[in-house]
Design a protein around this ligand. Structure first.
Ligand SMILES: Nc1ncnc2c1ncn2[C@@H]1O[C@H](COP(=O)(O)OP(=O)(O)OP(=O)(O)O)[C@@H](O)[C@H]1O
Ligand SMILES: [Mg+2]
Length: 327
């Protein structure tokens, strides 16, 4: 019998159309303090089965701390938390049987070969070899690492290690996958391969909980997300709804040179709906960016470069906190 069948026979979540949605994770006023530092400050959220749910925020926002509490490896200071209806502090092993965990730092066994990493990890769950061997091969195929099965882990690239960590997290066929910064530090191609794999898991109905400080990753992968900063939830919604609520349709980015960017604001007054001055550029928030640019040039202003683009979650974050996501 497979571990997911063993563990989740009673509590497998099914969505009945006539019932209220079933949540696989509920957090209420979840708080974690380290001494004087409040890493997670009374956050509440609920995640329905099958959703890709994101925590988007800058360094130190409390993302990993939240993930560790969900994963049952960090005790909360206060508040409540339930995974498949169970408190991870009371029911650690049962909760862990539902979860796949991809920590922020890969913690693969560098000494072991790629395939053996999967087998050894599976043994921690008490899974029999008769299950693990074909499962390991299936997961290596999924992670596009079949030809690396016999390589040592330290010979893998960063992207391959990340895929192996994800493969390893799937060994117990979890219904919920926790991904802490799945693509940080990877090049664009490696990120796209990973995103594709995560999409496939989502298609299979796996609930994805992921943290990121990349707005494009959040926009690509998340059905819904919370924007977190300094341990608090600043906003919650789908990427599109957050952009609608907190930004304009388009943004005009202007560069006037590092000397002038800071002082040009007064001369741009009245163009667009809102103006943000960053050290390297000025952002004009407007429904129609080209029209805004015409107004700029009509005033005799000549930016060194100009760019019209769609609003993104980066703009949402800037609006909410006055800061950039990536510093
Ligand atoms: N074990 C710990 N002991 C003391 N303080 C901690 C500990 N772990 C985290 N913190 C603090 O809690 C806050 C939140 O940290 P956390 O790692 O959750 O942030 P994060 O959003 O994951 O950031 P990053 O994007 O850098 O990974 C930070 O101020 C951090 O210094
Ligand atoms: Mg982190």
């Amino acid at each position: 019998m497979r571990v997911s069948e063993l563990a989740s026979k009673e509590s497998r979540v099914t969505n009945h159309s006539d019932a209220t949605p079933q949540y696989v994770i509920t957090a209420e006023n979840l708080t974690k303090r380290y001494g004087d530092v409040t890493a997670v400050d009374s956050i509440s959220f609920r995640v329905p089965a099958g959703e890709a749910f994101g925590l988007l925020g800058p360094n130190g926002a409390g993302k990993s701390t939240t993930m560790k509490m969900i994963g049952g490896v960090s005790q909360r200071t206060s508040g409540s938390l339930h995974i498949m209806g169970l408190d991870p502090e009371q029911h650690g092993p049962e909760v862990r049987a539902h979860l796949g965990v991809v920590p922020q730092q890969d913690n693969l066994d560098e000494e072991l070969k790629v395939r053996d990493n999967l087998l050894v990890y599976g043994r921690y769950f008490g899974l029999p070899m008769s299950y693990l061997k074909p499962k390991a091969d299936e997961l290596l195929e999924f992670a596009q690492l079949t030809d690396k099965a016999k390589s040592k882990v330290d010979a893998l690239s960063g992207g391959m290690k990340r895929r192996l960590t994800i493969a390893r997290s799937l060994i117990n066929e979890p219904r919920i996958l926790l991904l802490d910064e799945p693509t940080t530090g990877l090049d664009p191609q490696a990120r796209h391969i990973l995103w594709d794999r995560l999409f496939r898991l989502k298609e299979q109905g796996v609930t994805l909980i992921l943290t990121t400080h990349y707005m494009d990753e959040a926009e690509q992968l998340c059905d819904r997300l919370i924007v977190v900063d300094k341990g608090k939830i600043m906003a919650e919604g789908s990427p599109a709804s957050l952009i609608r609520e907190y930004s304009t349709r388009e943004v005009l980015e202007l560069r006037f040179g590092s000397e002038r960017n800071a002082s040009i604001g007064a001369e741009l007054e009245g163009i667009g709906e809102r103006l943000e001055t960053l050290p390297d550029r000025v952002l004009i928030y407007a429904h129609d960016g080209e029209a805004a640019l015409e107004q700029v040039t009509a005033r005799g202003l000549r930016p060194v470069t100009s760019l019209v683009r769609r609003s993104s979650l980066e703009d949402v974050f800037l609006r909410l906190t006055g800061r950039s996501l990536v510093d």
